[in-house]
Design a protein around this ligand. Structure first.
Ligand SMILES: Cc1cc2nc3c(=O)[nH]c(=O)nc-3n(C[C@H](O)[C@H](O)[C@H](O)COP(=O)(O)OP(=O)(O)OC[C@H]3O[C@@H](n4cnc5c(N)ncnc54)[C@H](O)[C@@H]3O)c2cc1C
Length: 488
């Protein structure tokens, strides 16, 4: 299929300006530069136009213009995504939700809040914490990423081990479909009859439309919280501890692992002065609940850590100490900048019991390819984040690092895991979809996309491999009948 790229943008821009106002349309090349990538900076493409709507109606008006001229559009929240989901496609309109930052409704009695998609994740907790509530999904990027982006990526975070990822906290959505129609899906209560369209939309990475209002579930803050830091001299021992804690029937609120490499990078940059620099691995374990329950869990976890050979288990009880422990973990990606000009982060998932084996294999793969790999991840969920350090200025390094990342993903699939835990597939991992899914699985997903997005205008080229993006071999499993919506 030949590409149908829009060459004369004047009528499109005129209509966009008429639809949402001149001051909401960005066209100057130097201003567009900011939008040419997301957190996966190795992929870049300048959009033709950026629009900054304020309301659902303005989003719908902008999408209708795209539909009228058959130009693709890509939604963007804060642009912190790590899989190239908000990466513009050639000659597209980028619809940015950064001005949609209102909290529309707060219903504490029924534990829900309605927000616009550009609201930043931790503003939700800030809005309700005074009344003793919080919003559980807490990606490490929570001080900058948007709720709309979280919905599209089905984001996770430290507290998702016990409380579930974004999809478990989204009750309903107002959505602008790719033809500009506005649709309400889900509702204000958890149990809705019929197909679970909210479940389908959450995690759809902007390929089914744009969420413009989001109803979230908020939780009552626990009575008591403790954070434990367990210090190990072997990765195997830390990995076995994770399995033993969960196998023992304890579900901590969060359980994160950092290897020696990450510990030292974090201490160099953030100086928590809490992480033992000579530890081979540490576990950060948060437990919450009623005071007596937390005390009992804490004792059992400490015993399990010691049985597995932990050198020490420290406890942070007061909020300041807890924050200090988490500050290092949350800054871990950024700290890699101290060690290397660039890093490439992967996001595979494995069964928890495979942690020691997979971490050893990752180390061996790093050695084989000649790159350093730091590991910092959601250990309780088996959600790995190997950070591969490289220098993008050196020609050829990026391709090699992507190959290493691909080998790590294939390893995750081999042990019964997945190619993404929370960062999405986007542009980065689409070529690995056939490693995980059969032709029939991929076809079913394509039918879903086609139902919402029949012309393929919403975030084309993402999630699924095509001959153009991944070559004939990788896309062989994708049914050619969907080629018409892969034309961009
Ligand atoms: C340092 C760092 C740490 C991170 N830690 C975590 C972590 O712990 N857990 C985690 O899950 N992620 C993490 N991320 C990844 C990222 O922050 C999340 O994926 C986040 O949800 C993206 O939100 P965003 O607003 O930046 O979305 P964007 O990057 O702007 O967009 C992401 C995707 O959402 C789509 N989209 C955006 N808004 C909408 C909308 N309103 N409707 C429909 N589609 C939309 C886009 O098209 C794109 O496909 C981290 C990123 C960084 C840089």
């Amino acid at each position: 299929m030949t590409q149908t790229l829009q060459t004369d943008w004047r009528p499109v821009i005129k209509d966009l300006e008429a639809a949402i106002g001149k001051d909401s349309v960005i066209r100057r090349k130097e201003e567009l530069l900011v939008y040419e990538c997301d957190g996966l900076t190795s992929y870049r493409q300048r959009p033709a136009v950026v629009v900054l709507p304020r309301t659902t109606e303005q989003v719908a008006a902008a999408v209708k213009v795209c539909d009228r001229y058959q130009v693709p559009f890509v939604a963007r929240g804060a642009g912190t995504g790590l899989s190239g989901g908000a990466l513009p496609v050639e000659d597209c309109v980028l619809i940015v939700t950064a001005r949609m930052q209102q909290i529309l409704e707060l219903d504490l009695e029924n534990q829900r809040i309605v927000v616009q998609p550009g609201v930043i994740n931790n503003w939700v907790t800030q809005a309700v914490s005074g009344a003793g509530f919080y919003y559980a999904p807490d990606p490490s990027s929570q001080s900058v990423c948007s709720v709309g982006g979280n919905v599209a990526e089905n984001s996770g975070g430290v507290h998702c081990l016990k409380y579930g990822v974004t999809t478990n906290h989204v009750l309903g959505l107002k959505v602008v479909l790719p033809n500009g129609e506005i649709m309400d899906i889900g509702g204000k209560v958890q149990e809705m009859p019929g197909y679970d369209l909210t479940g389908i939309f959450v995690g759809s990475e902007g390929t089914l439309g744009i969420a413009t209002e989001i109803t979230l579930r908020i939780l009552k803050a626990p009575e008591s919280i403790q954070v434990l830091l367990a210090d190990f001299t072997s990765v195997e021992a830390a990995g076995s501890t994770v399995s033993d804690i969960i196998g023992g029937g304890i579900i901590p609120a969060g359980m994160e692992m950092m290897d020696n490499f990450s510990i030292n990078a974090v201490e160099d940059v953030v100086a928590t002065n809490c992480y033992p620099r000579d530890a081979t691995a540490i576990l950060l374990i948060e437990i919450d609940g009623l005071e007596a329950e937390v005390a009992a869990m804490s004792d059992r976890i400490k015993a399990i850590c010691r049985q597995n050979g932990a050198r020490d288990v420290a406890t942070a009880v007061d909020p300041e100490e807890r924050l200090r422990l988490w500050k290092g973990r949350k800054a871990a990606f950024a700290a890699m900048g101290k060690l290397s000009p660039d890093y490439y982060v992967q996001d595979g998932v494995i069964p928890r019991t495979q942690l020691p084996y997979v971490l050893r294999e990752i180390e061996a793969l790093g050695e084989k390819h000649g790159y350093r790999v730091a590991n910092v991840f959601h250990a309780g969920d088996g959600n790995l984040h190997p950070l591969i350090l490289y220098n993008n200025a050196v020609p050829g390094q990026l391709a090699k690092v992507e190959e290493l990342g691909g080998d790590i993903l294939k390893l995750c699939v081999k042990v019964g895991g997945s190619i993404s835990g929370e960062h999405g597939i986007g542009a980065d991992k689409r070529c690995y979809m056939p490693d995980m899914f059969s032709a029939a699985d991929l076809e079913t997903m394509q039918w879903v996309r086609q139902t919402f997005n029949p012309k393929g205008l919403a975030n084309p080229t993402k999630i699924f491999p095509t001959p153009r993006t991944c070559g004939e071999a990788a896309s062989a499993q994708v049914n050619p009948k969907f080629a018409s919506i892969e034309r961009f």
